[in-house]
Design a protein around this ligand. Structure first.
Ligand SMILES: [Zn+2]
Length: 413
């Protein structure tokens, strides 16, 4: 099933006690075939033999299994005395390609810890396997036909230091949505690094770029992908509005409570109903919301502004959308609600980018960036054990990169 040219499967033995069994598969060189140089893979005369080594293979019937082989050293005309080329291993890790592919595929369905437990190996072995799988995929992926990208920041770990943020670049074309790049921090330097990794051909070929109003991103994208239409995406605008409403609610709540007013009661447990889309609030929450709206409290006015804003997305014409935006920001600025005023001023400052949404209509789907962000969160949470950025970076490419995969003789999942 899995022949290696120049090598022979010799002996297969079951070892150990019933509770700690292992299967050992010994290999030996084919007598008539010379070893090959590990540098250039050309066949070369033998030099000597190294001690026997072990490589972890796919467990059979749930029993840990390994390859045993004493590698030869060959004398290559060009490279001198070197270890021979071993076709089941990359020479760096004590795990066979077959096992690395096996672990890496399972590590997409289970957490790394679970994968290690189920297949009786270490977390480290799973990590190294996924790392190899991802490195192979990145080296073999094609970056063609990329027309739209989304750039976003992701919070990671505890705290709000610069190191707690990641910058991600997604491809958000209708035919392909995937993670293209992830890097530490969310500065101009980070994004420049990311665009460089994609290469000038990709960057110059972009037609649409989607991001939040984060200044460093806006600067870099304007400088490097000026030909692309820059769109502020709907998901981020909604987030800004929701945060403003929540801020109004918190300020009002503490003000009322400090003054001993009973209206403070109306704001209790209202955080989530207020953040949801109005038409989706039902039942008791709806009754409370209605009562709150009738009260003409500051929170109610903020909520109404937020709801009114969603009307913007119904427009088809850039002109009408612009007129609505002027009308809405005017209202928000006169509202005397500081957080809402702040959002309105921000929207005014970026009005052109916002209207680009209507110019790009149909080319970028509203839910894409949000959907990918949610998936990233699933990974960063599941991988709570990832203390290093490197491990998480690999996990993200592994689950969201849609990378090509190395061939393997067997498929187990
Ligand atoms: Zn050589």
């Amino acid at each position: 099933m899995q022949p290696f040219v120049g090598f022979v499967y010799d002996e297969v033995k079951m070892q150990g006690q019933p509770k700690s069994l292992s299967i050992e598969i010994t290999l030996r060189p084919h007598q008539g075939i010379r070893g090959r140089c590990s540098q250039c893979q050309r066949s070369a005369p033998g030099y000597d033999r190294l001690p026997e080594r072990r490589w972890l293979f796919v467990p059979l019937w749930g029993i840990p299994t390994c390859f045993l082989y004493a590698p030869r050293r060959v004398e290559c005309a060009e490279h001198g005395v070197v270890v021979e080329h071993i076709p089941w291993s990359d020479g760096k890790r004590p795990v066979t390609y077959a096992m690395m592919g096996f672990l890496a595929r399972w590590a997409r369905r289970l957490s790394w810890r679970e994968t290690a437990q189920v297949f009786q190996t270490s977390w480290e072995a799973v990590y190294r396997s996924v790392e190899w799988f991802v490195e192979w995929g990145l080296a073999h992926r094609e970056l063609r036909q990329i027309e739209s990208i989304g750039v976003d920041e992701i919070h990671w770990g505890h705290g709000l230091r610069a190191d707690n943020f990641l910058t991600v670049i997604y491809q958000i074309d209708v035919h392909c949505r995937r993670l293209l790049w992830v890097g530490k921090r969310r500065s101009e330097v980070t994004l420049r690094r990311g665009l460089k990794a994609l290469g000038p051909e990709v960057v110059k070929g972009l037609r649409f770029v989607c991001s939040d109003m984060w200044k460093p991103y806006l600067n870099v994208l304007a400088a490097q992908a000026g030909q692309a239409l820059h769109v502020l995406d709907r998901f981020h605008l909604t987030t800004h509005l929701n945060q403003a409403v929540d801020q109004v609610r918190r300020l009002e709540s503490s003000r009322l409570r400090a003054a001993g007013k009973i209206q403070a009661e109306r704001l209790k447990h209202m955080r989530w109903p207020l953040l949801r889309k109005g038409s989706r609030v039902r039942g008791r929450a709806r009754q409370k919301l209605n009562a709150l709206l009738a009260s003409k409290m500051a929170t109610a006015r903020a909520w109404e502004l937020k709801e009114a804003f969603s009307h913007l997305w119904h427009y088809k014409s850039v002109l009408w959308a612009g007129a609505f935006l002027d009308f809405w920001t005017e209202r928000a600025i006169r509202s005397r609600l500081e957080p809402m005023k702040k959002v309105a001023r921000m929207l005014r400052a970026h009005e052109e980018l916002l209207l680009n949404w209507f110019r790009a209509k149909g080319e970028i789907s509203a839910g894409t960036v949000e959907g990918l962000n949610n998936k990233i969160r699933v990974v960063t949470r599941r991988s709570y054990g990832f203390r290093t950025f490197e491990a998480m970076e690999i996990a993200l490419y592994h689950t969201l990169g849609r990378l090509p995969e190395p061939e393997s003789a067997h498929r187990f999942c």
